[in-house]
Write a protein of this length. Structure first.
Length: 884
RNA sequence: GCCGAAGUGGCGGAACUGGCAGACGCGCCGGAUUCAAAAUCCGGUGGGCGCGAGUCUGUGUGGGUUCGAAUCCCACCUUCGGCACCA
């Protein structure tokens, strides 16, 4: 009699297996392999030092995919690294005094790595990358130099976003509703000279290549689409006779050009000054501009705020009609979009309409809805913004909007008065940061030579360690004399280094490429290795990065492709946007005091139960509500599996060894009482595997041909209860496989495994004569199916059943079609669409047989009650519906 | 304002192309085991009516298509997300 513990001793055994996996290097990806490659990746974390539930969720999802694909025979790359540059390290140093950001970061990495190990995550740690390490940022800087060389990086003075709390500028993407994305402080505008990356050069591709991303959530593509904001239109030049200038405007509605009754310049428009001098109302204009500039950015750009403006008194000519129209300056036109000037068409733009009414400007309707000649904008007191048919538009009258759009654009082009153009909302990416803990921007400033890139062979430009981090609005590096003072690489004269560092989003824009060749000291990545792995097969992470990281990473991949580093157009073939982990309906946060610490959970319930719960509680893309009760349920499930195997261990092992010469050791082992220590397990494990080999016993997965060895089970020979269990097993294999492969619905996969477990209990409960041959197969396959989700308990039970180490290197089970077939089916019988009865029929029944049998049911006859059956719908294998 | 997603028991969630609504889990109720409890095992559990076999009703609301709708169509309500004087 084997005395096996009632419950899985996760505290001891999880740790044991984690060590063993690590020793053996189970999770390493091969650079070259006969197997097909599969790249599973989760967004790497900022090393805060503590894992939170959100991490547990992403990494559990990724780990299931990686383990599943390994079992399916792929050579899986599943790496992990650290997005290690960034503000928290620097802030920690400032707040706690003497902890250097480097030490802080590396200590945190160590701590988090340990926590990840305790979750049983199967990473190839030999490819670990740390963005704050010179080995890595060497290549981040190299990327920057390539971009500089290819006119994709440039320096310019611009009105930029400044976060007063983070003491640095921010990219547009990092400003949310006028506030800093990181710290929520209100963002200010500052005129500064900064470094930009020309993401706008790739705007079209970033948008158009969404069509390659059919395995991305629609909403993420939508968000990016909104962010890029492409609009097709026409650039039109309006001459200003008084000064000889031209005002260039962008419009998406050239078909309304005859309705342009005035023009508007943004107060910051370069022509404003000139017009002001020309105008007799210079002072008034000056006051107005002053007034607008004092408006808060938020207020200024809100559609609700009042539109105010002033007539400059200067006139422009409509290039098509020749009409003279007034030029206004108004707050509702922004310098940051288009040309900072518009042609205003009050009849067909609500904003212009409101403004025109307020300042008593002519409203001229030039479009009417097709087939409605009585439509009157003025009578309706509302702009008509739809397309339609042109009126009051000279030779274009009578054309529809689309035709007029083309014709007018062509005529403008011919006349040299304008041209078709595409405008984007997307702005270039500002990457300068006035912070210490980031990759230095590798350029120097020479009085004679100007901006000079640091030669590639001098990379990396290393961050100096000694630095004073108390700072006020300038990079701390500025005060590090040794760093700043350098020689010009071109003329050898005195020069100073750039002291700003790069946005950390630059670091994370290419790390997935580096994993493919993490130790390369000569190159950022080798083409061959990159191409063998890229694109990432599945990328998992939070949707909060939809337009930050994900857009930047796509941009960098396209740049890398154009530099010849990879042939991949896109970094991530499939993006799984995982939802947040909530507690009491809200995001976990210290301020709300609703944080559940994964470390406590791991200690209390173990890694397997934690992983299972977080995968079971909701489908991955939805938000998940944390529940302490819920995780107890999953721990119960782990123990149910444990117990049912443990309780039948002896009998099942006997079946597995039957027919083979009973080896002494093996017999001993089978009779062994509970195994306690790790070393014993180790020794036993080896002895066991050898014994198994000697005696010629093969457990599935060990078979020579690499396929699952079939148990000698014939469905027909099974007693009815056994047949049901056998069918359930194969149904479960099918369900779990489909759920993982096609839908990544881990919740339903786990519930299928729960059902199978329930079925096993039921079988053991009801059957007088248990078929241990069958049970052996069910146990083996259930453990294989459960292994990606709960790697520890399955490894332990696999081992106890005499399986070869490791379960994670076995083949994924196949299901057999024949096993799924049922001899009898339950058919629903409906009368007028309502379920009235059920019947059992043989699986081969024809439609006619089904119909006949349904009509024979007493109960059905009662419902039909002598009425005529008008129509019969038969759905094979499902139902019969009688319409009376 | 524009665009998008989602509304199913007390709760988390199932239901694949229209075919038994509520799988699985939590919670709750009952039973077994126990001196007792915990743990475990077995059974029940959308709502109404009925002692009962039953029966009516039910997937945000209102309509429609269909033999049949959680699923498809139209309108509306609510929640969440993105964009927003973007010309």
């Amino acid at each position: 009699m084997i005395a096996v513990a009632e419950e899985f001793n996760f505290a001891e055994r999880e740790k044991y297996w984690q060590q063993r996996w690590q020793q053996v290097g189970l999770d390493r990806a091969e650079d070259e392999s006969e197997k097909e490659n599969y790249y599973a990746l989760e967004m790497f974390p900022y090393p805060s030092g503590r894992l939170h539930m959100g991490h547990v969720r992403v990494y559990s999802i990724g780990d299931v995919m990686a383990r599943y694909k390994r079992m399916q025979g792929y050579n899986v790359l599943h790496p992990m690294g650290w997005d290690a540059f960034g503000l928290p390290a620097e802030n920690a140093a400032r707040e706690h005094g003497n902890i250097h950001p480097k030490k802080w970061t590396w200590d945190n990495i160590k701590a988090m790595k340990k926590q990840m190990r305790s979750l049983g995550l199967s990473y190839d740690w030999e490819r670990e990358v740390t963005t704050a390490s010179p080995d890595y940022y060497n290549w981040t800087q190299w990327f920057f130099l390539q971009m500089l060389k290819n006119d994709l990086a440039y320096r310019k003075e611009a009105d930029v976003n400044w976060c007063p709390s983070c003491d640095t500028v921010l990219a547009n993407e990092q400003v949310v509703d006028g506030a800093c994305e990181r710290c929520d402080s209100e963002v200010e505008k500052r005129q500064l000279e900064q470094w930009f990356l020309k993401i706008t050069d790739y705007a079209d591709q970033l948008l158009d290549d969404h069509k390659l991303l059919d395995k991305w959530p629609e909403r993420v593509k939508m968000m990016q689409k909104n962010w890029i904001g492409r609009s097709e239109g026409t650039m039109i030049r309006f001459p200003v006779p008084a000064t000889g200038d031209e005002i260039e405007v962008f419009t998406t509605r050239p078909d309304t050009v005859f309705g342009a009754t005035y023009m508007v310049l943004a107060p910051e428009h370069p022509l404003v000054e000139e017009f002001m001098e020309l105008s007799r109302r210079e002072e008034e204009l000056q006051d107005f501009i002053e007034q607008v500039s004092q408006q808060e950015e938020q207020e200024r750009t809100s559609p609700e705020s009042e539109k105010i403006g002033i007539d400059t008194g200067v006139k422009a000519l409509n290039p098509l009609s020749g009409e003279e129209i007034p030029i206004f300056i108004a707050n509702y036109v922004l310098m940051g979009y288009g040309t900072g000037a518009i042609m205003a068409v009050p009849a067909h733009d609500q904003r212009d309409y409101d403004f025109a009414v307020k300042y008593d400007i002519q409203v001229r309707q030039v479009i009417e809805p097709e087939g409605d000649e009585d439509w009157d904008v003025k009578a309706r007191d509302e702009a008509y913004e739809e397309y339609g048919v042109l009126i009051n538009s000279d030779k274009y009258s009578g054309m529809d909007s689309a035709a007029a759009f083309d014709k007018i654009a062509r005529d403008l082009e011919e006349g040299g008065l304008g041209q078709r153009e595409t405008n984007f909302r997307l702005r270039d990416w500002l990457i300068s940061r006035q912070r210490y803990w980031g990759a230095p921007i590798p350029v120097v400033y020479c009085e004679d030579c100007g901006i000079v890139p640091v030669p590639e062979e001098e990379l990396p430009v290393e961050l100096p360690e000694k630095v004073d981090l108390t700072h006020g609005g300038e990079s701390p590096l500025k005060k590090v004399e040794d760093f700043v003072r350098t020689d010009c690489p071109e003329c050898g004269g005195q020069a100073r280094r750039e002291t700003d560092t790069m946005d950390t989003f630059v670091d994370s824009s290419w790390y997935f490429l580096r994993y493919t060749d993490a130790d390369n000291e000569e190159q950022a990545v080798t083409r061959e290795k990159a191409d063998s792995w890229m694109p990432v097969d599945i990328y998992i992470g939070g949707v909060e990065h939809a337009i930050l990281h994900l857009l930047y990473a796509r941009f960098f991949t396209k740049v890398a492709r154009d530099l010849g580093l990879t042939e991949a157009d896109e970094p991530f073939d499939h993006y799984l946007a995982q939802g947040m982990v909530l507690k009491d309906g809200a995001k976990m946060s210290k301020s709300k005091g609703n944080v559940v610490d994964p470390l406590n959970t791991l200690e209390k319930y173990g890694a397997d139960a934690t992983r299972l719960f977080i995968l079971f509680a909701a489908p991955p893309e939805k938000d998940l509500e944390w529940s302490d009760r819920g995780i107890e349920g999953l721990q119960r499930f782990v123990n149910r599996v444990w117990r049912v195997v443990a309780d039948n261990l002896e009998e099942v092992r006997e079946v597995l060894t039957a027919g083979a010469a009973q080896d002494e050791k093996q017999a001993d082992f089978a009779a062994e009482s509970e195994i306690e220590t790790e070393s014993e397990i180790e020794a036993e494990s080896q002895a066991e595997n050898e014994a198994a080999k000697e005696s010629g016993i093969e457990i599935e997965g060990e078979a020579d041909d690499g396929t699952n060895e079939k148990f000698e089970i014939e469905a027909e020979e099974l007693a009815s209860g056994g047949r049901e269990l056998y069918r359930k097993l194969h149904e479960t294999i099918q369900r779990v496989t489909v759920d993982l492969e096609e839908r990544q619905n881990f919740n339903t996969a786990i519930s299928a495994l729960m059902e199978l477990t329930n079925e096993i209990y039921q079988y053991l409960d009801e059957e007088d004569k248990v078929n241990y041959q069958l049970l052996a197969e069910v146990f083996h396959k259930e453990l294989l199916l459960l292994a990606p989700f709960a790697p520890h308990v399955t490894e332990e039970l696999w081992y106890r059943l005499g399986g070869e180490f490791s379960i994670h290197q076995q083949d994924w089970p196949d299901y057999e079609e024949e096993a799924l077939e049922k001899e009898e089916l339950e058919i629903v019988i409906q009368v007028n669409g309502k379920v009235r009865d059920r019947m059992m029929i043989s699986a081969e029944s024809s439609r006619e047989e089904m119909e006949d049998k349904a009509l024979q049911q007493d109960k059905i006859q009662e419902y039909i009650d002598g009425r005529e059956v008008k129509k019969v719908i038969v759905v094979p294998e499902k139902l019969v519906n009688l319409v009376v």
